[in-house]
Design a protein around this ligand. Structure first.
Ligand SMILES: Cc1cc2nc3c(=O)[nH]c(=O)nc-3n(C[C@H](O)[C@H](O)[C@H](O)COP(=O)(O)O)c2cc1C
Length: 206
């Protein structure tokens, strides 16, 4: 795991420059979110799904932390054809897939998506946005009438990841997303970010 992240650190030196003007938390404007409600819907007590993609475990950690706290259901987004387990080949394959705008096949389906009021969509930042399987997932469902809340984990910053999830769910209500950045902690120890997740959730009324 350490090797993966030190390789990530090297590769992402270039990424860092591009992310220089991002912050850890994204506050999409109303234009981005298509949010028209004057008074946001009460989220406490709503039926919640936490959907996530994770390759090296960071996003999975955050998603499962949220699901446990909120007593929510989980759905892991898994590409049918697994990504390479080595970092460098994975980045190369992910880059080709992103540049081609592919929508790779993913495993399984959410049972009865209609039952959920709130869906967290959690993803790592891959080449400045979410991995393509996340968009395969989003495009399979109707998120109209649901509250979609994006989360990303990243080495250096969200780039357009949170906004891209919002844009891909234009008929939903949204809440401000969060980006959990691992750079400061040498890309290990996600539990150090628990209190940040706690503050974010309680700020939304959970
Ligand atoms: C293919 C690939 C591309 C990545 N691109 C970025 C990037 O553009 N910006 C960034 O800050 N981190 C980038 N990273 C680092 C990951 O976003 C970060 O390590 C994330 O926490 C990994 O989440 P996971 O453990 O759930 O897979 C990339 C990692 C991989 C494997």
């Amino acid at each position: 795991m350490k090797k993966i992240f030190s390789l990530a650190a090297t590769m992402l030196l270039t990424v860092t420059a591009l992310n220089a003007c991002t912050t850890n938390e994204s506050r999409p404007t109303n234009n981005d979110t298509n949010t028209t409600n004057e008074k946001p819907m009460e989220l406490k007590g709503k039926k919640v799904l936490v959907a996530y993609f994770s390759w090296s475990g960071n996003t999975k950690y955050a998603a499962q932390y949220i699901a446990t706290k909120l007593n929510a259901d989980e759905f892991e987004i898994v590409r049918e054809k697994p990504y390479p387990t080595e970092y460098q080949p994975c980045t190369e394959e992910a880059k080709i897939e992103k540049e081609a705008g592919e929508r790779p096949a993913i495993n399984g389906k959410v049972e009865n998506m209609g039952q959920y009021d709130v869906v967290f969509i959690c993803a790592p930042v891959w080449w400045y946005t979410a991995p393509m399987p996340v968009f395969s997932f989003i495009e399979q469902y109707d998120f109209k009438g649901k509250t979609v809340i994006p989360l990303c984990t990243a080495y250096s910053g969200p780039s357009s990841t949170l906004k891209d999830i919002v844009k891909a769910t234009p008929d939903s209500d949204h809440r401000d997303g969060i980006c959990l950045v691992t750079k400061e902690m040498n890309a290990i120890g996600m539990e150090k970010l628990n209190s940040k997740i706690d503050r974010w959730l309680s700020g939304m009324g959970f």
